[in-house]
Design a protein around this ligand. Structure first.
Ligand code: PLP
Length: 423
């Protein structure tokens, strides 16, 4: 079927809330390129929304999945466990910078499911119920993670009431007038206005906000947050679903801050496109809930675990973290050039290759989301997949594979530049 026939099926059979705006259908993909059902080539600067740090169909990952396919596809790890789950749990525990010497890992399917489980575990470990998250946060689309998500449209609008005991504080963002001190004061205010600190189980933070706009919490804020958590016996959960697995030039973004979380959630690039997520934390915390209390039918599927083990091997063998740092430098340099040349391009930022810039009205400095939309639309006309995001929808984020060849990256950046010139 070609794109046009598939679009007819899309409109006839998918619910409005899940109908993709995109009109091209992926037929095959390789590293940072996709070919659609009409045979058109696309450059992929979205990476399936941060899932493909190793690119489409990384050869080591494809090989590992094929090998596993010939062994076992599913038993349900709770019915009869298998080696890849155990091996991956060991790798993740050895590499995830959470507090304490001994760590344990739970494997499930999606980012939202990781966050749900992190909250369950924190509640069991502390005997408390409260959860504090941040404005602009995105933690998923299940009911609890929607309550934790700090953006109404399009995520929460139609679905209330939300589960209780979730409160939000301002994310540290000098660009929006919120200093580190103001953000810490915001949490202390929650203790005054909403919930006593001794009832708070966890504070959940994205060290770099993903959907919220690629805003980076400073090391000073993260250190202040750690202190505040320690002062009140609150667990600190770092949601690294989007920032983890090499995107920021370290395996986890929190490594830039010099502090450790109690629990880290991860998904997306963990398994290069296979549905897999993990909750990793201090062994005592992870062991708090009773036998049979955590898991799920598909959690830690053997094919997904095999893929993740191959991802970890490739990160080691192919200097993926170094590549992320280099790509970050390339993007940051280019953003600087664009900022000089195009009056509406503003506030470039990056932590490794987690890189973004914004569109603001040159005269007023007000966010200009329509320009971000226009840029993404123009880029698509020229065969480049580009994503916007942000509290105001005016941010352009770059999530191309870290394995993308220099030529493809340059080709994509040249398209962005040509489109910027036309806006
Ligand atoms: N947490 C963060 C930081 C995310 O960026 C996302 C997805 O974008 C999620 C959680 C939810 O992940 P999923 O869509 O796999 O449920």
């Amino acid at each position: 079927m070609n794109n046009s026939e598939l679009n007819e099926l899309k409109h006839r059979y998918l619910p409005r809330g899940a109908t993709p705006a995109a009109t091209a259908f992926a037929a095959r993909a390789e590293n940072a390129e996709i070919w659609d059902e009409d045979g058109r080539r696309w450059i992929d600067f979205a990476g399936g929304i941060g899932v493909l740090n190793l690119g489409h169909r990384h050869p080591k990952v494809v090989e590992a999945i094929r090998e596993q396919l010939d062994k076992v596809m599913h038993t349900c790890s709770m019915v009869m466990p298998y080696a890849p789950y155990m091996e991956l749990a060991r790798e993740l525990c050895e590499r995830t910078p959470t507090r304490g010497e001994a760590r344990k890992a739970l494997l499930i399917n999606s980012g939202a499911e990781a966050l749900e489980n992190a909250v369950k575990i924190a509640r069991a470990a502390t005997g408390r119920t409260g959860v504090i998250t941040f404005d602009g946060a995105f933690h998923g689309r299940t009911m609890m993670t929607l309550a934790m998500t700090g953006k109404v449209l399009p995520y929460k609008n139609d679905f209330g009431p939300m589960p209780g005991d979730v409160f939000r504080a301002p994310y540290p963002n000098p660009l929006h007038g919120i200093s580190d001190e103001a953000a810490l004061a915001g949490i202390r205010n929650r203790f005054k206005t909403d919930i006593a600190p001794h009832q708070v189980a966890a504070i959940v933070i994205e060290p770099v906000q993903g959907e919220g706009g690629f805003y980076i919490a400073s090391p000073a804020f993260m250190q202040g947050l750690r202190q505040l958590c320690d002062q009140h016996g609150i667990l600190l959960i770092a949601d690294e679903v989007q920032s983890g697995f090499g995107r920021t030039g370290t395996l986890f973004a929190i490594e830039h801050s010099g502090i450790q979380a109690d629990i880290i959630t991860m998904a997306k690039s963990l398994a290069d496109g296979m549905p897999l997520s993990a909750v990793v934390g201090n062994a005592e915390v992870m062991d708090a809930s009773g036998p049979g209390s955590l898991g799920g039918t598909y959690g830690g599927n053997p094919l997904a675990c095999a893929a993740a083990l191959a991802v970890i091997r490739a990160i080691d063998e192919e200097d993926i973290l170094g590549r992320s740092q280099n790509l970050g430098r390339v993007l940051s340099e280019r953003f600087g050039v664009w900022q000089e040349r195009f009056a509406a391009v503003s506030h470039p930022r990056n932590l490794g290759a987690m890189a973004a810039f914004e569109f603001t009205e040159p005269a007023t400095g007000e966010p200009a989301p329509e320009m971000a939309q226009a840029l993404c639309a123009k880029a698509r006309e020229r065969g480049l997949i580009l994503l916007s995001c942000g509290f105001y929808g005016n941010t352009i984020r770059f999530l191309m594979p870290l394995t993308a060849g220099q030529e493809v990256v340059e080709e994509g950046l040249a398209i962005v530049e040509a489109c910027l010139a036309e806006l």
